[in-house]
Ligand binder design. Structure first.
Ligand SMILES: Cc1cc2nc3c(=O)[nH]c(=O)nc-3n(C[C@H](O)[C@H](O)[C@H](O)COP(=O)(O)OP(=O)(O)OC[C@H]3O[C@@H](n4cnc5c(N)ncnc54)[C@H](O)[C@@H]3O)c2cc1C
Length: 402
């Protein structure tokens, strides 16, 4: 694209949107730049919402940016509603564009039958500040879903002195993300934090303060926090020609192009074919939204670039930090390094002799080394990898021979 006198529009004011804007300017793009952002806040970071904000350590997570230098036409509180033929429809009127970056992220899934005023979700800074105010000592907090967000919310509520119950429909925490035997390793952590974790319990409905469980029992709650997952916020793209998959993810190629010329997409709303893992990846973690924009910006500006990351994330769960790198869905074997009952351990997933993912608690070095071994597709010696006293780097077959 001619870098002059053009207009690029970015939809979504999260980390993916801001990084796309920064990458465009850093690459020398000096045309017009418009940010269409549904929230009325300047772009802010979400990971601290369930950590520092809920713990009362901060009330602002605004991302640093020199807006004057970036020279952006900021349309805050403005939602994209449709797109066709180089025109973005918004609730503030149409905007024409030469290039478009979709960075509209994801929105929480609502719990059916739970429309009471005390039922909350956690996605935005406004959600976080509302929840923080509800977390007063002695308050009865019910968290629905023992996933990444549910566990973080429960941790903060317990730290504030609330009576916390976590309801999980599956039979292990984190069961939507990890094999049950690994999720179960986090079960004792709930009791340590004074949280009542109930597994295999489905919510039948919520009426006022009453949370009705499928088995007939009821709980009383001052506040119910629903953390059962998110969906791409892409309904506005229906009929735009941008291909969405069955989950609503924007399908992008290795250069983050969508099916519509001149339109790219980044972050939580995307799915792509990973050359590294030979499978499609839909990653809803911060690192992906941070790194993809550089490639998306290059693509918009006509420079050849490909995105083939080793995904990674972290989560603060019940007093521990969990770190993950890779993609275990392609694995055929799981190796535990250490004892899952101990304070620190890691789990490695392999596909044949190839390491494809590692999850670690208190073993940061395993994560750092795994990232390199996964990215370089180094073959590993499975026996050595099972030994927690052998470093991941030393468990590579090359290292064993040397
Ligand atoms: C509470 C919480 C804690 C988290 N903790 C971690 C963590 O510990 N580690 C980790 O790796 N990840 C974590 N994440 C995930 C991480 O924050 C996301 O992966 C990241 O924010 C994705 O960035 P994004 O820019 O793709 O989307 P978002 O951050 O969702 O930003 C998208 C923006 O687009 C806006 N938008 C949506 N539709 C439209 C529209 N039609 N028009 C205009 N604007 C629109 C939305 O309002 C939103 O502001 C956490 C997320 C949450 C909510």
């Amino acid at each position: 694209m001619d870098a002059k006198r053009k207009r690029i529009v970015v939809v979504g004011g999260g980390i993916g949107g801001l990084e796309t804007i920064s990458a465009l300017r850093a690459s020398g793009y000096d045309g017009a730049l418009t940010l269409v952002a549904a929230e009325s806040h300047l772009p802010y970071d979400r990971p601290p919402l369930s950590k520092e904000v809920l713990l009362g350590k901060t009330i602002s997570t605004t991302l640093e940016a020199d807006w004057a230098e970036l020279d952006v036409d900021l349309r805050l509180g403005c939602s994209a509603t449709g797109m066709a033929n180089g025109l973005l429809e918004t609730d503030g009127g149409p905007i024409d564009f030469d290039g478009l970056a979709i960075a509209c992220g994801a929105a929480p899934i609502a719990l059916p039958g739970a429309a009471s005023a005390n039922v909350r979700v956690l996605r935005t800074i406004d959600d976080a500040l509302t929840l923080r105010a509800a977390f007063s000592a002695g308050a009865r907090i019910v968290v629905v879903g023992a996933g990444w967000i549910g566990a973080e919310v429960a941790t903060a509520a317990a730290a504030a002195g609330c009576h916390v119950t976590v309801l999980e429909a599956l039979d292990a925490p984190l069961a939507g993300a990890l094999p049950p035997e690994i999720g179960r390793a986090t079960e004792p952590w709930y009791a340590e934090c004074g949280i009542d974790l109930r597994l295999g319990v489905a919510v039948a409905g919520i009426d006022g303060e009453e949370v009705r469980l499928a088995g007939g029992e009821s709980l009383q709650a001052d506040c119910v926090v629903v953390g059962i997952g998110v969906r791409p916020a892409t309904a506005w793209l229906a009929g735009s020609g941008v291909t969405l998959d069955e989950r609503g993810c924007v399908v992008v190629d290795a250069s983050l192009r969508t099916s519509v010329p001149g339109v790219v997409a980044v972050g939580d709303c995307t799915v792509w074919e990973s050359a590294l893992f030979e499978t499609s990846l839909h990653v809803q973690h911060w690192d992906n939204a941070l790194r993809a924009p550089e490639v998306a910006a290059a693509t918009l500006l006509g420079t050849e670039a490909t995105y083939d990351p080793v995904p990674s994330f972290w989560s603060d769960q019940l007093g521990r930090m969990l770190q993950y790198v890779g993609d275990h869905t392609v694995a055929d074997r799981l190796l535990v390094r250490g004892d899952l009952a101990d304070a620190s351990w890691s789990v490695c997933w392999t596909q044949g002799a190839r390491l494809v993912a590692t999850l670690a608690v208190g073993r940061h070095r395993d994560i750092v080394q795994s990232r390199r071994v996964i990215a370089q597709r180094l073959p590993v010696d499975l026996d050595r990898l099972s030994d927690p006293d052998v470093s991941v780097a030393d468990a590579t077959a090359a290292s064993a021979q040397g």
